[in-house]
Design a protein around this ligand. Structure first.
Ligand SMILES: [Fe+2]
Length: 427
């Protein structure tokens, strides 16, 4: 998933969840206090790592769930709550300015100052959609008669900032009271009842003639939102959030989906840590062969961008797990191993580049070598000297340790053998 529009029926507020498919990092725009449990569940069930909560403004009709969501994710979560610096609020981690870019995973959100409904109102532009809060609603706009509202400022924000975006950009508002979910800049320019075709003076006149009642919760909501929102209610049970450890492996299907999406492919690298011979016989198109025993971690670290994600793959997942652990220990943060390796990739019917030469895989070489040494030990023990049994016992103990520790010294030794080190034909 990468985008979800959520709704709070009590206040008719939309909350937006955006997640980066590659890293699972996410942002929440305008979370609502009463829906914190829903948002936490959604994050947890989708294995998402929340990085930011973004307020479009200091709301008067509901209390933000920003602080409570952050609390609900537990102490290990690294979440930044953010609001415009023009809101003059406290209790948030980050004060945003016009033109600032918020990064999460491989995604970015641009802050566009759109004052008028309140002095600190901002819109957030992400890809082909803009989240306008109460600056621009579908067919309307937010009121300007309290909280420092200014109809002239709102007219300029809508006409000079939002209406200068591409007409195809989708408009996702902060509220809708008629069940509408999304519009576009083009539609609002043409059909918005308050501003389409209106002069500044006409717009100001409309806004000054609205005579709307005050929001029911204004005296409770505004002070709470100026302070970052209320604490997490005791009734909501805190469960550990998804964290980096949860994201350290992906299935071959998940990886294939990411690898085949050209838009994010440039930020991904696939390291195949099998031997050169294994790689030559078959590999995934675009992979780089870096055998586990030759992994030059520092060189790799300096050649990898801070936001790049490294995926490690081997035949079954054991060597790639070891490689990923070493890379993370060296300080690389976005390192993921592909569960099940090339065996699972082939079993899923996914495409590979086939080499001409067929080889015996390292896993089969281990089985053959261990079997032969065990049989040899027993034969020597029975026919020549009892010490032969020690060899068989040693091999058996080694296999048991290998299974428990998920490492394999014999495989590492065999990987260095000349028949596993043939020159790589193509990478
Ligand atoms: Fe508002």
């Amino acid at each position: 998933m990468s985008f979800r529009q959520l709704f709070d029926p009590e206040s008719s507020t939309y909350t937006y969840l955006i997640a980066d498919d590659a890293t699972h990092e996410a942002v929440l725009i305008d979370p609502v206090m009463e829906q914190v449990e829903r948002d936490l569940k959604l994050l947890r069930e989708n294995g998402l790592v929340l990085r930011h909560t973004l307020e479009t403004h200091v709301h008067a009709d509901h209390i933000t769930g920003a602080h409570a969501v952050k609390q609900g994710l537990g102490d290990g979560a690294v979440v930044e709550t953010a609001v415009s610096s023009d809101c003059k609020a406290s209790g948030y981690d980050r004060m945003l300015a016009d033109g600032e870019v918020i990064l999460f995973g491989h995604e970015e959100v641009l802050v566009i100052a759109t004052p008028g409904h309140t002095p600190g109102s901002v819109s957030y532009l992400w890809r082909d959609r803009v989240f306008t809060g109460d600056a621009l609603l579908i067919g309307g706009c937010g009121r300007t008669d309290f909280q420092g509202g200014n109809a002239t400022a709102l007219y300029l924000s809508i006409t000079q900032r939002l209406f200068t975006l591409d007409e195809q950009v989708l408009v996702y508002p902060g509220h809708d009271y008629k069940g509408r979910r999304v519009s576009s800049i083009g539609e609002e320019k043409q059909f918005n009842a308050r501003i389409a075709g209106k002069s500044e003076a006409e717009f100001v006149h409309i806004m000054e003639s609205l005579n709307l009642p005050q929001p029911k919760r204004i005296h409770e909501a505004v002070p709470a939102n100026l302070a970052g929102g209320d604490a997490l209610p005791a009734s909501i049970h805190v469960l550990p959030s998804a964290n980096a450890a949860d994201l350290h492996s992906v299935s071959v299907q998940q990886f294939a989906e990411r690898w085949q999406r050209s838009a994010i492919r440039k930020k991904l690298r696939l390291l195949d840590v099998r031997t050169p011979v294994e790689f030559s016989s078959m590999h995934i198109d675009g992979a780089t062969n870096l055998p586990l025993d030759r992994l030059e971690i520092q060189a790799l670290a300096s050649a990898t961008g801070a936001s790049d994600t490294l995926y490690c793959i081997c035949q079954t997942g054991t060597r790639s797990q070891m490689a990923a652990d070493r890379l993370r220990a060296a300080g690389l943060t976005h390192v993921v191993h592909v569960d099940g390796g090339t065996n699972a990739w082939l079993a899923a019917g996914l495409p590979v580049v086939q080499g001409e030469r067929k080889i015996i895989s390292l896993e089969r070489q281990v089985r053959i070598t261990a079997g032969c040494l065990t049989a040899l030990g027993v034969i020597i023990g029975a026919l020549i000297h009892p010490a032969g049994y020690a060899l068989a016992a040693f091999i058996g103990a080694g296999l048991a340790y290998s299974g428990i520790s998920n490492t394999c010294g014999m495989a590492m030794m065999l990987a260095k053998m000349p028949w596993n080190q043939a020159a790589v034909k193509s990478v």
